[in-house]
Design a protein around this ligand. Structure first.
Ligand code: R5P
Length: 292
């Protein structure tokens, strides 16, 4: 089946890379906003019988989602044989439970929505905490790719004597995988969150690792408060030269500036385009697509 990539706004670089690596055709999306803010979406190309990969990393999902669904539905209406979502960062995975009566479990709502418009999904390290697998909320097949081997390779090449630090229990899965990929020890800290930007991180006595370079690793860095609280705890024990690694550089508001002022180095994979991207995942994503 002929393959083609369709980039949602802001995803053109990745779509181009994927199209040239596979190789596959690129289809242009004409997109703009009407004066009242509604989206205009047009697929400029023939998708009849084509497997269309819609590329859209979802770091800004609320403005992005309607256009994404319009594009997917239109591809189907134009006769696409299959429509796959390639979302290196998959949004709305963190509200995986109603903590208070009446709260929307947005992970499940968002998944139901996406599942209606796409035939399958390719993503990198989704935030699976209370869900064991995406299939608990997505009714379409998924291919989940893991960035840990590439992050581990980056650490081995750039950080002497690393100690991988997961800032909270949710990060254990990433910290342990990254530690084994970089052949380094790892520890996990304890986080207490009392608000969106209010977190306390308890650091156990790490004296036995005092000659190591802490590499704080997590899947998502959003407000940056978790990483910053963890860094302060480590500095309080005399550690310096701290490195922060995010799989998904969401970096809300002034998070990146604050992180850059706290850590010696802040790096990320390129699931979300950002100046901190140091670990490219296009080969991994290509492989994920070919392994279909
Ligand atoms: C937990 O839900 C995630 O793994 C991250 O720890 C969390 O998203 C970080 O959020 P923030 O950067 O806002 O502290």
């Amino acid at each position: 089946m002929r393959r083609a990539f369709l980039a949602m706004p802001g995803n053109e670089v990745l779509a181009k890379q994927l199209a040239s690596e596979l190789p596959a055709q690129e289809i242009t999306l004409e997109w703009r906003r009407f004066p009242d803010g509604e989206a205009y979406v047009r697929i400029c190309g023939d998708v009849l019988g084509v497997h269309v990969f819609v590329v859209c990393t979802l770091a800004n999902p609320d403005p992005q989602a309607p256009s994404l669904l319009f594009a997917a539905r239109t591809a189907r209406e134009l006769g696409a044989a299959k429509v796959t979502l390639v979302a290196p960062y998959l949004a709305y995975m963190r509200q995986d439970k109603a903590f208070k009566a009446g709260e929307a479990v947005t992970s499940a709502c968002f998944a139901a929505w996406i599942s209606q418009y796409f035939d399958d999904l390719v993503t990198v390290d989704p935030h699976l905490h209370r869900y064991a697998a995406l299939s608990e909320i997505y009714s379409i097949p998924d291919r989940v790719l893991r960035a840990a081997p590439l992050i581990g390779r980056w650490i081995s090449a750039h950080v002497p004597n690393p100690l991988i630090v997961g800032p909270d229990d949710e990060s254990r899965q990433w910290a342990s995988e990254i530690a084994s990929a970089s052949d380094a020890p790892f520890v996990v800290l304890e986080k207490l969150r009392s608000g969106d930007r209010q977190v306390d991180v308890r650091v156990p006595d790490l004296a036995r690792w005092k000659h190591h370079t802490p590499v704080l690793a997590d899947d998502i860095v959003s407000s940056g408060r978790t990483m910053i609280a963890a860094a302060h705890g480590l500095k309080g024990q005399g550690f310096s030269n701290l490195v922060c690694i995010a799989v998904h550089a969401v970096f809300a508001g002034d998070a990146y500036a604050e992180l850059a002022g706290t850590f010696d180095r802040v790096v990320s994979t390129d699931t979300v385009p950002h100046v901190s991207n140091a670990i490219a995942l296009s080969d991994l994503i290509c492989q994920g697509i070919l392994d279909e």
